[in-house]
Design a protein around this ligand. Structure first.
Ligand SMILES: *Cc1c(COP(=O)(O)O)cnc(C)c1O
Length: 428
């Protein structure tokens, strides 16, 4: 339901007072700029640090110092089964069964491992569909997977582009592209939320259509996991990958998550690149020949757990568990709705700046992020925000991304950004 927002500090303060999640801000370190706490709107790039992360990592460092190798069994949280501690919590974030989720590796690595199993070009069915302007790592991954199969990306990669003069995709255009190439598509692999425009795609409808034409549907949820509620199991998504350092606040370069739908959990037909950590758990240490995968997403593991980044991830996931994705979304719709409203207002108030909000107004098509096409003097605007203590990010060619996140950002900060932008643009 669209809210009635007001462009006033009093209104923002009222919203903060009524915010049931306001106390969670204290659970995070809010980064500083120029020596002062800043308005941190880059949780979509690197989430703020949960204060508990230090203690969780320190626990592992202490156990390592005290026990050495015995920590695999004797640590407070034993390292050998460590990924089990994350599984259920990570599954709740993305709407999956615990057996469908595993935390491991890094995002782009997992995307490749998933495509080894799920991109199986055969006969006429050789093409991959993704959104045009996908995150570069995804573009390179798709391109190199195609080449790996001896396919020319220029011919076998179908990119979805907005209509002329528009910035985001229409669902009907996505579906009709799938329809018009129905016998040629092997895989639909898109971002869940596009990193540039902030558009959230209708993963359920896209998956349904992909299946109807006989293709596989996988998603990169780097900008969706921890941002908005997902239901990967119910939506029948085949596979998904995400990182933990953006909305999931688990630290730079943090570990990644991976989803494989239950219906693939024990399919011997799926090829995979295997490692010992994916081997049948009770026989892993028998050191025998012949790989027998664990059932479920665990069977895609290669290596033993990366305890330090996983400890930070666990600290953060516990906060997500406490709050729940639905309550986060409830606040996020208001908080990002407020940002959307105020940024549109600035755009209208200063037509000469030629700025434009490109993130969809429809709340079903966006998460936390609001992207502003920044006009001819975009970079100056971005730098001026930075100088005034507002940390946003710049994405080439011409977008400033604002991502107020419900765990630690406040309505008054969003209002402050509006005032700061006013000041900058009024100076000309
Ligand atoms: C952030 C992001 C990445 C980064 O990949 P890493 O392997 O974690 O470095 C990849 N894809 C998308 C869509 C992203 O948003």
């Amino acid at each position: 339901m669209p809210m009635n927002f007001e462009a006033s500090r009093a209104f923002a303060q009222q919203m903060d007072q009524e915010d049931p999640l306001s106390s969670y801000r204290d659970r995070f370190h809010i980064p500083k700029l120029h020596g002062k706490p800043c308005i941190y709107l880059t949780g979509n790039s690197l989430g703020a640090m949960p204060k508990s992360a230090r203690e969780y990592i320190e626990t592992e460092l202490n156990d390592w110092a005290e026990m050495g190798v015995e920590g695999h069994f004797e640590a407070v949280r034993p390292w050998k089964p460590y990924h089990h501690f994350l599984k259920e919590k990570a599954a709740r974030v993305v709407g999956a069964l615990p057996s469908e989720v595993v935390v491991m590796n890094n995002l782009t690595s997992n995307l490749h491992f998933m495509m080894v199993s799920f991109f199986r070009p055969q006969g006429k069915r050789t093409k991959i569909v993704c959104e045009g302007g996908a995150f570069p790592s995804d573009q390179y991954a798709l391109e190199s997977q195609l080449k790996f199969h001896g396919l020319d990306p220029n011919e076998h990669l179908i990119e979805l582009h907005p209509r002329a003069g528009e910035h985001t995709l229409h669902l009907e255009d996505v579906l009709s592209t799938l329809e018009s190439h129905r016998d040629e598509i092997a895989l639909v692999m898109m971002g869940g939320v596009n990193y540039y425009t902030g558009q959230f795609f209708d993963l359920k409808s896209i998956t349904e259509k992909a299946h109807e034409i006989g293709a596989v549907a996988g998603f990169d949820l780097a900008h969706a996991a921890g941002n908005l509620p997902l239901q990967l199991h119910d939506w029948n998504v085949d596979f998904a990958v995400w990182c933990s350092y953006k909305y999931l606040n688990s630290g730079p370069g943090g570990t990644s998550g991976c989803f494989v739908h239950q219906r693939h959990e024990n399919n011997p037909e799926l090829p995979r690149f295997a490692g010992w950590w994916g081997h049948k758990e009770d026989e892993r240490f028998l050191m025998k020949k012949g790989f027998i995968p664990m059932v479920g997403a665990d069977g895609w593991q290669l290596s033993n757990a990366q305890i330090l980044p996983m400890a930070a991830h666990l600290a953060s996931l516990e906060i997500f568990d406490e709050v729940g994705m639905n309550r986060l979304r409830e606040k996020s719709l208001k908080l990002s709705g407020f940002a959307h409203f105020l940024l549109n207002r600035v755009a209208t108030e200063f037509p000469n700046a030629q700025i434009e909000v490109i993130t969809p107004a429809n709340e079903h098509e966006r998460g936390c992020q609001v992207s502003l096409l920044a006009g001819p003097r975009g970079k100056e605007l971005f730098n001026a925000l930075h100088t005034k203590g507002v940390l946003t990010d710049w994405r080439e060619p011409n977008v400033i991304r604002f991502a107020p996140v419900p765990l630690y950002n406040r309505f008054e900060e969003v209002f402050e950004v509006y005032e700061v932008m006013h000041g900058i643009l009024a100076e000309g």
